[in-house]
Structure formats: structure tokens, C-alpha cells
Design a protein around this ligand. Structure first.
Ligand SMILES: Cc1cc2nc3c(=O)[nH]c(=O)nc-3n(C[C@H](O)[C@H](O)[C@H](O)COP(=O)(O)OP(=O)(O)OC[C@H]3O[C@@H](n4cnc5c(N)ncnc54)[C@H](O)[C@@H]3O)c2cc1C
Length: 500
């Protein structure tokens, strides 16, 4: 008899979601995590009394994550203390204009009527289109496998309403936003959201233009830090016998006669199981951890052709007093043309200027208990930063860049910042890779353009090795806490179907 029925590699949200659902199917599940805590990109660590979120700073679509909890007889609202974030975000435009978008749609209409009266009609049409798309997508898209052409046909057959929105998939984020809006301030306010899916407005598929609107379905922060969400899954899984083993790095997936037989850790320990669920980057899984004899030449070539998603440096600021901010999420924006230009002329050329834009996540606004009394934390998600810098390295530039970025933030967004700083921790794409073993510091695993989506993304049920399943940002429906939770549901359903 094998040591376990299922081994999950990686305790990210996708891995813990799948692991806990599989434990509730009555399977003996072991989750192996290389780091000393769970959650991966949706995690929180303690530094001198400050509880700092590594990556994810809010969730949208709590109901999608809830579907997984409901299958285990509970709910996200019972397992995680969710705090509503309202306004959904405030945009600080390059010219100093501030626009806050309240959760309430009527209130948002009032804001738009004030900032851009000429676009009020456009906003209403955009809201109606995206609401229709979301209703259709929530109905089928999120939890249906999309690994084969047949799956895609089934997806549209079961959710015919999605067909109406086919043109969204074929256009770009920028095209859709510009179709509905003409006011440059409003367009700028919506310009950074495309990086929530890892590409600039000009390159991101148009269905992601739902992002600025979908926030009005609800934005939440989880008390105790973002780690409370994966910990909620961990607790549910442990109630059904799931085990989580930290500081255990998997080196190889063991395959016998074309079928998974377990894993080997970096210290040589072998743990056996009939089913292996991978929550790690799929390109790395197939190129480094599965014996190439199990992959055809075409498959090897196909896997190497996947591009890693963008990397993003982070600056974590621990402060001795309240920052000069109003809301949990403040977007430091640039005009859409400049955002595209940044991608093509800075990011792609390996440059990382100190005049940064991005997100200020003031987490202690939503949960003051994350820091010592009266102290605060801002996690700054900066603009995309190439893994390979031109003519230099991140390690060489780190300290100089950190000081220059803080200076810029103080001058443009956070007056008095330097006097408030107790700790400033700068995490580069190389640090991110070291911390989470995420190749090239990729924050959403693989690119999310059309040719890396749906059936073109690595399949949830491996086409190459029987008994191997994929969850997390590498597989459908892609990066994001709700979407990787859906990938956990998809994998658990496929395993229930194919692995009796
Ligand atoms: C900076 C940043 C900001 C983000 N902001 C948001 C946001 O606000 N809202 C949102 O919804 N999403 C956000 N995301 C995306 C979201 O956090 C991720 O898509 C999601 O958490 C990824 O989950 P996952 O299941 O793919 O696993 P991951 O988080 O990628 O976890 C994989 C786990 O596998 C472990 N691992 C790797 N290799 C091995 C190995 N060999 N052996 C054992 N363990 C291994 C890693 O340590 C890690 O814990 C953000 C991401 C980042 C990085």
C-alpha cells in the first residue's frame, strides 16, 4: 500500500483547496510545502511584530472561493474573517487628481458624473455588458475544465450565454476600455488593473476588462492577513485528516509505467502515492521534475514555449504612525499610453526606473491588529520588473533602488514617509524566486494572453503522466486567489471522476 492516496506539491491556495477537497472525498492527503508557512503568494509573515502580506492584498469574488468551502460543509464567512473594502480603490492620477470608486454602483455613477459626465452613458453600457459576462462566466467558466477542445465545446454548450461575449476574448483590455470611455482621467484610473492579470492594456485579452467593474461585486481583506484564506482551507482539510508538512521541498515526481508513483524530496526521501497534484509552476514541473522520457518531443517543445508571467518587485513599509492615505487600496496610475510604453520600453528592455507606479495596500486600515498599536503597514506592489536587468543585477541595484523609490513615493504620494519608516523591506523578482521557488519571480506562473489560456494552458489532468493533476495559477482559469480556488475544485472533480 502506498504511503498516501494523494500528494500535493505546494501549499498555495490552489494546493490547499484541492488537498482539503480531496481529504473530504475520503482520501489520505499529504501536502508538501518547501517554505516554513502556507499560502505561497497569498501569505503573511511576521517581522518584528508587523504581519506583512507577501503578495495578494485583497480578494474579489469571495463567492467563488466560498464554493470550495461549501463543498466541505462550511463557508468562507465561517472560516475566514472577511473585512469589506470600500471604496474599492482610489486612483491617484499622474496629475494629482484623486478618484475614489465606492462599492455602491449608484454612488460610483455619481463619481463618474462628476469626473467625466461625458462617459456616464459609457459606464452604464460597460457595467451592463460586464455584468452579463460575469453572470455567464460565474455560471460555468470558473469551475469547468478547459483542457481540451471538447471541454471548450461543453463549456459553451452548458453556458450558451458566454457565446454572446466571445468578442471580448478576441479584443484587448485597452480596446474594450477605450470603446466605452473617452475621458482620459477615467481611462487612466482603469489603466493599472490590466496588471492584475499580468499584461499591459494593449496586450491583455479584453475579457479582463471586467476587472474595474467586478470590484463592485465586493472587495474583501482577510483579518489576520491574507494567509487567513489558505489557513482556512488548511483547517478544513485537517478536519478530514489532511496533513501539511512544511520545509519539505519536492525534487522529482516519481513515475512508474507512465503513472505517478509519488515524489522524491531534495534530501532523497521518497513518499509514495497513486495521485500527485502539482501546485507549482507547470513549466518548471514538466521541465525539471518529470523524467523527460514521459514527454514526447512535441510536448517538451510546447512546454518550453510557455512564457513565465511578469515579475513584480514589492516594497513593504512598516511605519510608526498613520500614512497619508484614505483607503485600503490606492492605485498610483499613469495614462494608459504611458503604461503600455512602460511595458515595451522599460520592462521589456530590462530597465526599472525609481519613478514608480503601482498599488499602495494599506493593510492596517482594514486590520489594525497586524502591527503594534498605532503603527501601520503598507505593501507597495510596484510596476512589473524584468527578472533580468540590462547590464546589472537586482542584488547590485537593490539598496540604491529602494532609497530612490522611497524618495519618489514621499515626494509624490506619501508626504513625511521617511520619518515614519521603522522597516523598509524591498523584495526583488530574484528574492521572490528564492522565497517561493517561483521561476524568474513570475507572480502569475505563466502569461495569461489568449494563446496561454483555456485549452492552451497546461491541462488540469496531465496529458503526459497518468495520475498527475495540476492546480494553481499555471492551469485554467489562471492567477488570482478566487481563480486558483476554482482550479482546486476542477482538479478535485476530475480526480473524483477518473481515480476511483
Ligand atoms: C505581488 C502579488 C500580488 C497579488 N495580488 C493579488 C490580489 O490582490 N488578489 C488576488 O486575488 N490575487 C493576487 N495575486 C495572485 C494570487 O496571489 C496568486 O495567483 C495565487 O495566490 C497563487 O496560488 P497558487 O495556488 O497558484 O500557488 P502559489 O501561491 O504559487 O504557491 C505555490 C506554493 O508551492 C510551493 N513550492 C514551490 N516549489 C515547491 C517544491 N519544489 N516543493 C514544495 N513546495 C513548493 C511554494 O513555496 C508555494 O507556497 C497576487 C500575486 C502576487 C505575487
Amino acid at each position: 500500500m502506498k504511503d498516501y492516496d494523494v500528494i500535493v506539491i505546494g501549499a498555495g491556495v490552489g494546493g490547499l483547496c484541492a488537498g482539503s477537497l480531496l481529504a473530504h472525498q475520503g482520501r489520505r492527503v499529504l501536502v508538501l510545502e518547501q517554505s516554513n508557512r502556507v499560502g505561497g503568494c497569498c501569505s503573511t509573515y511576521e517581522h518584528d511584530g508587523y504581519h506583512i502580506d507577501i503578495g495578494a492584498s485583497i480578494i474579489e469574488f469571495a463567492e467563488v472561493i466560498d464554493w470550495a468551502f461549501q463543498r466541505m460543509g462550511t463557508s468562507i464567512y465561517e472560516e475566514v474573517d472577511l473585512v469589506p473594502v470600500d471604496p474599492t480603490f482610489t486612483a491617484k492620477l499622474h496629475d494629482g487628481t484623486e478618484i475614489s470608486f465606492p462599492l455602491d454602483l449608484k454612488e460610483t455613477e455619481r463619481v463618474i458624473a462628476e469626473v467625466a459626465p461625458e462617459d456616464l452613458d459609457g459606464w452604464k453600457r460597460y457595467a451592463e455588458t460586464i455584468e452579463g459576462f460575469l453572470t455567464a462566466a460565474l455560471d460555468g467558466f470558473f469551475t469547468a475544465p478547459a483542457s481540451t477542445f471538447g471541454d471548450i465545446i461543453n463549456l459553451f454548450r452548458n453556458t450558451p450565454a458566454l457565446l454572446k461575449y466571445g468578442s471580448l476574448f478576441m479584443s484587448s483590455y485597452e480596446y474594450v476600455i477605450r470603446k466605452y470611455f473617452t475621458n482620459e482621467k477615467l481611462i487612466e484610473a482603469f489603466s493599472f488593473h490590466s496588471f492584475y492579470a499580468g499584461l499591459p492594456p494593449a496586450l491583455l485579452p479584453g475579457h479582463f476588462s471586467m476587472l474595474p467593474y467586478s470590484e463592485h461585486h465586493g472587495v474583501h481583506y482577510s483579518k489576520g492577513g491574507m494567509i487567513s484564506i489558505p489557513k482556512g482551507f488548511q483547517r478544513c482539510g485537517e478536519r478530514a485528516g489532511m496533513k501539511v508538512q512544511l520545509e519539505s521541498t519536492v525534487e522529482k515526481v516519481l513515475v512508474e509505467n507512465g503513472r505517478t508513483a509519488g515524489v522524491q524530496l531534495i534530501d532523497g526521501t521518497r513518499i509514495t502515492a497513486d495521485i500527485v497534484v502539482s501546485n507549482i509552476n507547470a513549466r518548471k514541473l514538466y521541465t525539471d521534475m518529470v523524467d523527460p522520457q514521459y514527454l514526447s518531443r512535441i510536448a517538451q517543445k510546447g512546454i518550453r514555449s510557455y512564457k513565465y508571467s511578469m515579475a513584480t518587485p514589492m516594497l513593504y513599509l512598516c511605519l510608526n504612525s498613520e500614512p497619508a492615505l484614505k483607503d485600503h487600496h490606492t492605485l498610483m496610475t499613469k495614462p494608459m499610453d504611458q503604461v503600455n510604453d512602460y511595458w515595451f520600453n522599460q520592462y521589456e528592455k530590462g530597465r526599472f526606473p525609481a519613478e514608480q507606479f503601482g498599488i499602495l495596500s494599506w493593510t492596517t486600515k482594514s486590520d489594525p491588529s497586524l502591527a503594534p498599536k498605532g503603527h501601520h503597514i503598507i505593501a507597495v506592489t510596484l510596476a512589473p520588473g524584468a527578472y533580468r536587468l540590462a547590464g546589472t543585477t537586482w542584488d547590485a541595484e537593490k539598496e540604491g533602488l529602494k532609497a530612490a523609490i522611497i524618495e519618489h513615493l514621499e515626494a509624490k504620494y506619501l508626504p513625511g514617509l521617511r520619518d515614519q519608516i521603522v522597516h523598509a523591506i524591498f523584495s526583488t523578482p530574484v528574492d521572490f524566486e528564492r522565497q517561493l521557488l517561483s521561476p524568474e519571480g513570475a507572480i502569475y506562473a505563466l502569461r495569461q494572453d489568449l494563446f496561454n489560456s483555456l485549452m492552451f494552458r497546461p491541462a488540469a489532468r496531465s496529458r503526459h503522466v497518468r495520475g498527475l493533476y495540476l492546480v494553481g495559477a499555471s492551469t485554467h482559469p489562471g492567477g488570482g486567489v478566487p481563480t486558483v480556488s476554482s482550479s482546486g475544485i476542477i482538479a478535485a472533480d476530475l480526480i473524483a471522476k477518473y481515480e476511483q
